[in-house]
Design a protein around this ligand. Structure first.
Ligand SMILES: [Zn+2]
Length: 76
């Protein structure tokens, strides 16, 4: 069984849109303004999430130290 259909896999230099995956020229990262807005929103959310995580870590750290000082310290 031999397939006679030649698949012309032309490898044109291109990228895929980060949001929708459409093929786009190599000098672009995102295909349209709509996808750019989506990307901006995702980045903003990621930044906010990172900030929240940092604050959470800081709070946990502070609570941990407070517990250490209040509970584990030498009792007078
Ligand atoms: Zn896109």
């Amino acid at each position: 069984m031999s397939e006679k259909k030649e698949k012309k896999a032309r490898i044109v230099d291109h990228r895929h849109c980060r949001i929708c995956g459409r093929a786009i020229p190599p000098d672009k990262e995102i295909c349209s303004e709509k996808c750019m807005q989506v990307q901006a929103r995702i980045e903003a959310r990621q930044r906010r999430m990172r900030n929240i995580m940092l604050i959470m870590y800081a709070v946990i750290f502070v609570i941990f130290f407070m517990l250490l000082f209040l509970g584990g310290g030498p009792s007078q």
